[in-house]
Design a protein around this ligand. Structure first.
Ligand code: MTE
Ligand code: MO
Length: 214
């Protein structure tokens, strides 16, 4: 199948690493995944609770706002919708923020997304992937082990929180970590929704303290 690159993107076969702050080191004893916000009662899951949820294998495209795109990476993970089934949502919940570690803070990183776009097999929390040799491998700590979100391809990859720690359900669309700092609230690569105000384009795309190929 021939794929179309979104405007301003270049294809990479490797999988670059980009994030703010430290790489989280997994500790199963203290690791928890929380569902909170506009739901009747918070839900706190252990790693075992999460790994007992239904799983899917999906092949997805990733588009980073720093202009690289990687086609056809196969992941195994838990669909976003399986977590929603565990939460008793209040009326009018339309958005979520998906959280991840930043410098030891489990709520330090977040990204907002519309709930309705996350119902398919292409919105999933992943823990392993198929490498270039087609062998299954755990996601490396730098890519977000033990659990990291991969958004559908109609969102830039900053919406994919690494070291994922929870989902906040919201009635209003509230900005996440990068959206507060000027990134687009929606972030569709095919519409080139990189920044909220294109006139205020920063000199670099910023955001990364690492740029490595793996
Ligand atoms: N917890 C956390 N998740 C994060 C980030 C981050 O700084 N912290 N950076 C985001 C950005 S900007 C990108 S482009 C992708 C990069 O994912 P990768 O390093 O696996 O390619 O992770 C996203 N998820
Ligand atoms: Mo990014």
């Amino acid at each position: 199948m021939t794929k179309t690159l979104p405007p301003g993107q270049m294809e990479t076969k490797k999988w670059p690493i980009l994030h703010e702050g430290d790489v989280y080191q997994f500790n199963e004893e203290t690791w928890r995944f929380k569902l909170f916000g506009e739901i009747r009662e918070d839900v706190i899951l252990t790693f075992k609770d999460v790994m007992d949820l239904p799983k899917v294998i999906t092949t997805v495209d990733m588009h980073c706002v720093t202009t690289w795109s990687k086609f056809d990476t196969t992941f195994e993970g838990i669909p976003f919708r399986e977590f929603v089934k565990l939460a008793d949502l209040k009326p009018h919940v339309r958005y979520v923020r998906i959280y991840g570690y930043l410098n030891g803070d489990p709520l330090g990183y977040s990204a907002n997304l519309p709930l309705e776009a996350l119902q398919g097999d292409d919105a999933l929390f992943v823990y392993r992937w198929k490498d270039a040799k087609n062998d299954w491998q755990d996601i490396s700590p730098k890519h977000g082990y033990p659990l990291r979100f991969i958004p559908p391809a109609q969102f830039y990859l900053w919406k994919g929180s690494k070291w994922a720690t929870g989902i906040e359900f919201m009635t209003e669309n509230k900005p996440g970590y990068w959206e507060i700092r000027g990134y687009h609230m929606n972030g569709n690569p095919f519409k080139e929704e990189r920044f909220a105000d294109p006139a205020s384009l920063p000199s670099g795309y910023g955001g990364a303290n690492e740029w490595q190929d793996q």
